[in-house]
Ligand binder design. Structure first.
Ligand SMILES: Cc1cc2nc3c(=O)[nH]c(=O)nc-3n(C[C@H](O)[C@H](O)[C@H](O)COP(=O)(O)OP(=O)(O)OC[C@H]3O[C@@H](n4cnc5c(N)ncnc54)[C@H](O)[C@@H]3O)c2cc1C
Length: 486
């Protein structure tokens, strides 16, 4: 039998996709630009097979011929311009099971997407199947038990809105459109983590579909090995369909940003470090160094989830440093969460490092880099303290449990010419800070390698490999910060 080349396969799949939508097959030429798919032994998928698959899906199947394809394939990081053969917008677990089976039967690359905010563009793939969970976004709150049960395609804002209606919340990330599953599976840092731990620490249970189509629960009592792994180990072990979280009473918070005049970066970073060292669990702070035409500027975002008067007292040393702008005020937690991240989708490159201490040398390195930074770059400094650091490093797969600072070094580009200088700057600062680092946060990595993944998990890596072997021995779920089964 004649062998099908990869290029032939891509064309056949694309044409079959067009046929599925009733589009004229001639409308799609090889120049149309489907990128190479990664699989070597992919079986061709004919139009009849595609139609049969689509007819079994309760949600919808979007192919390259569909008018909504261009928007449906986009992810937050616009640096990833990938063209899947199929986007399966799943309506429930049975759609996910069918898409999992279809991708494996035809040996197609498989991406799983919740909110599409992966820094590394893992929510989309070339020439393969995207399991898109965006339609599965219901959140139900049991007020008496203070528990929320959320579909896995829910976003941070879905969770915040549903829980805040009852004056409740759990730790979620600081961007309303991040997916709760992607966030939680990688750890999940947010404004409540010093008080209540990371998102994964508030996870009570999760429902998953394994790659062989089994529905399993992960909790302290059901499949505890899996429960350990999904609290930090990412989307390596199955497709999560629902998550259950512990909630806490939260209504108003004292929150906002102090913006200091350009310059004084070492002095301000030192003050930031000193402030974090004595801050109570109710206080969460994030620093940001941004280049401006007048020199780098330091911003500090503060959120205090206790008594506002006590919070105001605590903020005195930061206010004594004479910020140029101070918009800290009492606001609802929901409003605070909705406004913390000002960044729109854009092409960007971000990397991450965890520094147990922000020493004078590390501060000097950041200051020098900030003085020579291209526009649209930034260093975001998330202080880890309090409850998130009181969990043992091996109690969950998420290992960033010592007090310290997680640095997101990021740059955006508005046209392709801006990319090189930004990426070089980000990489160069990462390299210079490496001697001070002890780990990375897997959710904030815009690139990947076995070394980075090992660095992210440290001594938890070996156990994660064993659990990966058990649940996904053929590494079907590999478009992620991949734990290789060996
Ligand atoms: C603007 C912005 C702000 C951010 N802010 C924060 C923050 O405050 N705190 C923080 O901790 N992180 C933050 N992040 C990082 C974020 O947590 C990760 O990028 C996370 O993976 C995004 O999840 P997602 O569902 O939106 O992304 P997607 O790209 O949809 O998914 C990312 C990966 O998660 C896995 N995944 C997602 N859903 C499932 C599922 N149901 N089953 C199995 N695997 C799944 C898959 O491997 C997928 O490739 C931010 C990212 C951005 C872009």
């Amino acid at each position: 039998m004649a062998q099908t080349t990869r290029r032939q396969f891509i064309r056949q799949t694309t044409l079959a996709a067009a046929a599925l939508r009733g589009a004229p097959l001639t409308a799609l030429t090889p120049e149309w630009g489907v990128a190479e798919i990664a699989e070597q032994n992919a079986a061709p998928v004919d139009a009849k097979t595609m139609r049969k698959f689509a007819s079994a899906i309760t949600g919808s199947v979007i192919t390259p011929a569909a008018p909504e394809y261009e928007s449906a394939r986009q992810v937050f990081n616009r640096a990833f311009d990938r063209r899947p053969a199929l986007i399966v917008q799943c309506a429930g677990a049975s759609d996910i099971a069918r898409a999992l089976e279809f991708a494996q039967r035809h040996n197609l690359p498989l991406a799983v997407r919740g909110g599409g905010h992966s820094r590394a563009g893992f929510g989309v793939c070339d020439g393969g199947v995207v399991i898109d969970l965006s339609r599965m976004n219901q959140v139900k709150v049991d007020v008496s038990k203070r528990v929320a049960r959320a579909d896995a395609g829910s976003l941070v804002r879905d969770m915040d809105q549903a829980t805040q209606r009852f004056g409740l919340a759990t730790t979620m990330g600081g961007c309303p459109t991040v997916g709760i599953a992607g966030l939680t599976l990688g750890g999940g840092e947010g404004l409540l983590m010093s008080k209540y731990g990371a998102a994964c620490d508030n996870l009570i249970s999760a429902q998953l579909l394994t790659v062989d189509g089994r529905q399993v629960e992960a909790s302290q009592t059901s499949n505890p090995d899996l429960f350990w792994a999904i609290r930090g180990g990412g989307g390596n072990f199955g497709v999560v369909t629902a998550l259950e979280y512990q909630l806490h009473p939260i209504t108003d918070v004292l929150a906002g940003t102090l913006t200091y005049p350009p310059g004084r970066i070492p002095e301000l970073l030192q003050a930031f470090v000193k402030f974090v060292a004595t801050a109570p669990d109710e206080m969460n702070v994030v620093g940001e160094v941004l280049p401006t035409a007048e020199g780098p500027r330091f911003h500090m975002f503060c959120c205090y989830c206790g008594d506002p008067q006590q919070g105001t007292e605590l903020l005195k040393p930061l206010r004594a440093l004479k910020p140029q702008q101070d918009n800290i005020r009492v606001a609802s937690y929901l409003e605070t969460q909705a406004t913390i991240n000002p960044y729109a989708p854009a092409a960007h490159f971000q990397t991450d490092l965890f520094l147990p201490q922000l020493t004078a040398d590390a501060i000097a390195t950041i200051t020098t880099a900030a003085n020579n930074a291209p526009p649209n770059t930034r260093v975001f400094i998330v202080a880890l303290s309090g409850a998130v650091t009181r969990v043992g490093a091996s109690e969950t797969a998420f290992p960033l449990r010592q007090p310290g600072f997680e640095l997101d070094i990021m740059g955006r580009w508005l046209d392709p010419y801006g990319k090189t200088s930004v990426v070089e700057w980000v990489r160069s600062l990462r390299d210079k800070l490496q001697p001070f680092a002890h780990g990375v946060y897997v959710n904030q990595l815009g690139d990947t390698s076995e070394d980075l993944v090992r660095a992210a998990y440290g001594s938890n890596y070996a156990r994660l490999v064993e659990i990966k072997k058990k649940y996904d021995p053929k590494n079907v779920l590999r478009i992620n910060q991949n734990i290789q089964p060996g």
